[in-house]
Design a binder for this molecule. Structure first.
Ligand SMILES: Nc1ncnc2c1ncn2[C@@H]1O[C@H](COP(=O)(O)OP(=O)(O)OP(=O)(O)O)[C@@H](O)[C@H]1O
Ligand SMILES: [Mg+2]
Length: 266
């Protein structure tokens, strides 16, 4: 495995939301899911987004990733203002610049692991950069499983394939909505370690929504949301610090059974 640090690591902003609001419904049923959120995601940084259920984490991620419209404010991916794009251009930007990892792995059962990894590029009619693909595959450590179908892989291995798929096209930024939510703690740790390495070794930018203080501790930074607003952020998080902070948030008592009082996995 290559451990060469990414050259020229800078603080370029990979994505930014400014005064971003998202309001669902109207009148009495109106829900303010995001309330003037301003946040930056810097290149080669791993950010976790945390907060109580319903605080707006998924909404924020979907709006910044161009998967959902917003009510006011603006979103930039790199130098591109999302609000200025037509549907077709937005689809192209999502395809070319953004990688997604969802909780359900979304692998196609009839394709092999390798075919699943390169599928988005095949659809886009693009050739994978072979050297890059090799380094991604080396990092996920599934070289001897590439011809297996998803059903022949463990949950953690499937999720690693999903992570490799997100990385394979060299997106500017990867978004994950609880990417380890369905995994046991060991498989979850594997996937998180892999994401961590992709940031450190490949200079990837990762934004991940999680409920799990242990998962958040893999990130460089945690952004806390409550009631549609950013209430704080923390650098170099530890599971203990994150858990302590979560307890202070309104409705923020994380009730994840697999964690003991200190937020450690059992
Ligand atoms: N399609 C929708 N229509 C109406 N309200 C919605 C819709 N989607 C989300 N909401 C509301 O917006 C708020 C934020 O939802 P969001 O899914 O972003 O929360 P979250 O922080 O991701 O929660 P969780 O941790 O449970 O996934 C919630 O109050 C939710 O009920
Ligand atoms: Mg959510």
């Amino acid at each position: 495995m290559t451990t060469t640090p990414v050259a020229g690591r800078t603080t370029t902003v990979a994505a930014r939301a400014t005064d971003l609001s998202k309001i669902y419904g109207q009148g009495e049923t109106q829900v303010v899911a995001l309330d003037r959120v301003t946040v930056e995601f810097r290149q080669a940084e791993f950010t976790a987004i945390m907060g109580p259920s319903g605080s707006g984490k998924s909404t924020l991620m979907h709006c910044v990733a161009g998967l959902d419209t917003f009510s006011s404010g603006s979103v930039r991916i790199g130098d591109t203002e999302l609000g200025s794009l037509k549907d077709k251009q937005l689809t192209k930007l999502r395809r070319d610049k953004i990688g997604f990892i969802f909780q359900a792995f979304n692998l196609l059962p009839t394709l092999t692991a390798l075919e699943n990894i390169t599928l988005p590029m095949d659809i886009a009619g693009r050739k994978p950069d072979k050297e890059w693909l090799d380094s991604v595959i080396r990092m996920i450590g599934l070289r001897d499983r590439l011809s297996h179908r998803p059903a022949q892989l463990s949950g953690g291995q499937q999720q690693r394939v999903a992570v490799a798929r997100a990385l394979a096209s060299k997106p500017d930024i990867i978004f994950g909505d609880e990417p380890t939510g369905n995994l046991d703690s060991r498989s979850g740790a594997e996937v998180l370690g892999f994401l961590r390495n992709s940031v450190r070794e490949l200079g990837q930018t990762v934004v991940m929504v999680t409920h799990d203080p242990v998962a958040a501790a893999y990130a460089d930074r945690v952004v806390f949301l409550a009631d549609g607003r950013i209430v704080d952020e923390m650098y170099k998080p530890t599971a203990d610090n994150v858990l302590d902070f979560m307890r202070l948030l309104p409705g923020g008592n994380p009730q994840t059974p697999e964690f003991d009082a200190k937020g450690r996995t059992s």
